[in-house]
Write a protein that binds this ligand. Sequence first.
Ligand SMILES: [Fe+2]
Length: 240
Amino acid sequence: MLMGGHSTLTERQLLSKQNTKVAARSRRDGEFADGDTQDWSSCSKSVEAYVAGLEEGIMETRNDLPAETRRDVAETLNHVLAIVSDLYSQTKQAHWNVRGPQFYMQHKLFDEVAESVEEHIDTLAERVVQLGFKARGTVRQAATESSLPEFPTEQRDDLDFTYALSDRFAQAATETRKGIEDCEVAGDTDSADILTQISRDLDKSLWFLEAQFRAIGDGSQEPTAENTRFPQRSMQPAGR
Ligand SMILES: [Fe+2]
């Protein structure tokens, strides 16, 4: 329900936000300026939808993207936010617990790729809020919403850690690219651009991780932790 005292003004503001992009353009052109003769009663459904939104915690904004676009995009961004937050914590988990012959190099590498993930968390969450919605950014929310599998607790050595991480970076990049498509379909090219930057960085981190493994042919074979390992070199006694 509308709050008493300023319902008329609120309805007008809400209606202009609930209308389509065309309506938003018209508003900029002055068609819906204060004092016009628009029949607001015909848009009661839009008012109801907006008021329902208020009850859900949707925030007021002058952003001219249609409310439906903003809602769809905020959902997409919150989904990627959960994945990226989960990926960050899993990468730090690997950074802390890695052991093996390449410990120091892997320990540093995992920290660097974790940093490249972390910087996107803030951008994603703030974009959701800019669109008038709430960011779902707590650890619990990320754990509930992320589609990544939990980081395995048992690894033999540093390469197992690297392999588990590369799996998760690949999945995060795939999900982010789906998000780009969703934002473009919804009509928010700015959010699509944010996700494009993220997917590019995820791909770069994936390259750093996968470069630890050997190629296995023409690309038609499914890579596994075993078939992509370089053969172990055995130590030869001196003089032989
Ligand atoms: Fe550290």
